[in-house]
Design a protein around this ligand. Structure first.
Ligand SMILES: [Zn+2]
Length: 264
């Protein structure tokens, strides 16, 4: 038994691949992307480069932040990402664009489909701005961090309902994404260059718009025409935005502890 950590609903194990995944495509694709996405300008203009830039920035952020926040007891473990446009095999089942982005704890990898943002935009009314997309990357890496800290099992024990471990884990990942957004601009590569240019108010609104679009209430309303809190797995639109802002404003990993929060 295992649970995968999705941004939205669904499970990759339920999906049949439309095409056989190609074993080598993710590696060669990663090399192509590294070649294609060398400059900050690329990261600002191309979706794939933006995702690659966000991945580098998120990992650099936690490499610096986690030892500080844990008093030296924890160090960030480098976490792979497979960015795909064809279905891919993961240890948690097939990754396809019907599933959406997820973190698989069994192979310690984030899976991102590059069509996902169009789905968010078209079906759920999210903004398509850069920080909307980068928030999704930071959220999935938040699950990787939870895995490293031994917290992910709490979602497994209690997956559904408005006060469930599942919802607490998801809102915590949103809060961790907010912490990254706050620190991202100051996060530099080995050459001292910032990964991302400073965020504007509009960028922040884009991120909140994405958080709103993936709230359980919004998704349920769109998919089934009504809201059923007993089936919540990720929290409401309001909660997801609020927890993202909590991380952004406090920059304190302790305030992201949704298991201890007096209000979810
Ligand atoms: Zn999630």
């Amino acid at each position: 038994m295992f649970v995968i950590y999705l941004l939205m609903g669904g499970s990759p194990t339920e999906q049949a691949p439309q095409q056989q995944p190609q074993a080598t495509s993710s590696t060669s694709q990663a090399n192509d992307l590294a070649e294609k996405c060398r400059t900050g300008k690329d990261a600002n203009t191309d979706v794939e480069c933006r995702i690659v830039g966000a991945r580098q920035s998120v990992q650099a952020f936690w490499t610096k932040k986690l030892p500080e926040a844990s008093g030296g007891r924890a160090e960030w473990q480098d976490t792979k990402m497979v960015l795909y446009n064809q279905p891919q095999r993961s240890a948690c089942g097939t990754a396809s664009n019907e599933v959406g982005p997820f973190y698989c704890p069994l192979d310690k990898t984030v899976y991102m489909d590059d069509d996902f943002f169009q789905v968010l935009e078209k079906q759920f009314g999210s903004s398509s701005g850069p920080l909307a997309q980068q928030y999704v990357v930071a959220h999935e890496y938040g699950h990787a961090l939870q895995d490293q800290l031994g917290l992910l099992g709490r979602a497994q024990q209690d997956p559904k309902g408005p006060e469930s471990g599942g919802v607490k884990i998801e809102l915590m990942a949103d809060c961790l994404a907010g912490m990254w957004a706050r620190g991202a601009v100051e996060t530099k590569d080995q050459n001292g260059r910032a990964f991302l240019k400073p965020f504007t108010e509009k960028d922040l609104r884009d991120a909140l718009s994405a958080a709103e679009a993936v709230g359980d209430d919004r998704i349920q309303q769109t998919a089934q025409g009504r809201v059923s809190p007993e089936n919540f797995t990720h929290g409401t639109s309001e909660q997801r935005q609020r927890w993202f802002m909590t991380g952004y404003e406090t920059d304190d990993i302790n305030t992201c502890d949704t298991f201890r929060a007096s209000r979810l």
